[in-house]
Design a protein around this ligand. Structure first.
Ligand SMILES: [Zn+2]
Length: 221
């Protein structure tokens, strides 16, 4: 009995330690992204799976300044979005994070509100997405080994109805297996990965590619 109890305590200790470690990484990443101008005015959300069973997602709280985030602003939620750890409330966009984790098996989801993502998603929404190829930076995306890869980034209509976005997203994932991210029109980018580091690299690669594509298509003459 004592041994079993200790084991449970040890498990709880390990679990708390992992949540703390993920929170620290989320804070560091958030701060770096804020400095790049991708998370201004409390926008965006970053999350990472802290535990599979029972499920626990560490995610940035709603309405907090991403430039001065602390570990207390990273909350723990279950698979339905109910709060398990922390004092703050989760963002309404938490549903999209949960959907991506469940549907794609992602371990981390990141959502930015960059100027280039906003401009391009508005300009090319009629095409249903944008296709980017020919750039070395594409190799920053998991599984891409050549600049000749063609990366399709779908654009979905924005909405305040997260359930509606999730329903449309399910169709987008079915029709486009292998995508690394998508844009919400006039809103921002979502991407994901097998770890915080993986998702962070995807944000950096995709934001780089969006800016290059945007400068070429919208600015260059
Ligand atoms: Zn957003």
């Amino acid at each position: 009995m004592t041994r079993a109890k200790l084991t449970l305590e040890e498990q709880e200790h390990t679990s708390r330690g992992k949540f703390k470690e993920l929170s620290r990484k989320i804070v560091d990443t958030s701060s770096a992204f804020y400095r790049r101008g991708w998370l201004y005015a409390t926008s965006g959300n970053l999350s990472a799976v802290a535990e599979e069973t029972p499920f626990r997602l560490a995610i940035t709280a709603s309405g907090v300044d991403k430039g001065s985030l602390t570990a207390s602003h990273v909350i723990g939620i279950d698979e339905y979005g109910a709060i398990l750890d922390g004092q703050f409330r989760p963002s309404s966009e938490t549903l999209i994070h949960l959907m991506i984790v469940k549907k794609l098996g992602a371990k981390s989801v990141m959502h930015t509100h960059s100027i280039w993502g906003t401009l391009l998603s508005e300009k090319f929404s009629g095409n249903g997405g944008i296709e980017i190829s020919g750039y070395e930076m594409l190799k920053g995306l998991r599984g891409v080994g050549s600049h000749q890869n063609s990366e399709w980034i779908p654009i979905l209509e924005n909405s305040q109805d997260m359930k509606q976005i999730c329903t449309e997203l399910a169709g987008v994932f079915s029709r486009n297996p292998g995508i690394h991210g998508f844009l919400l029109r006039g809103h921002g980018l979502y991407t994901w990965g097998d770890s915080i580091e993986d998702a962070k690299r995807h944000v950096e690669a995709l934001e780089f590619l969006l800016e290059v594509y945007g400068r070429l298509k919208l600015v260059a003459t």
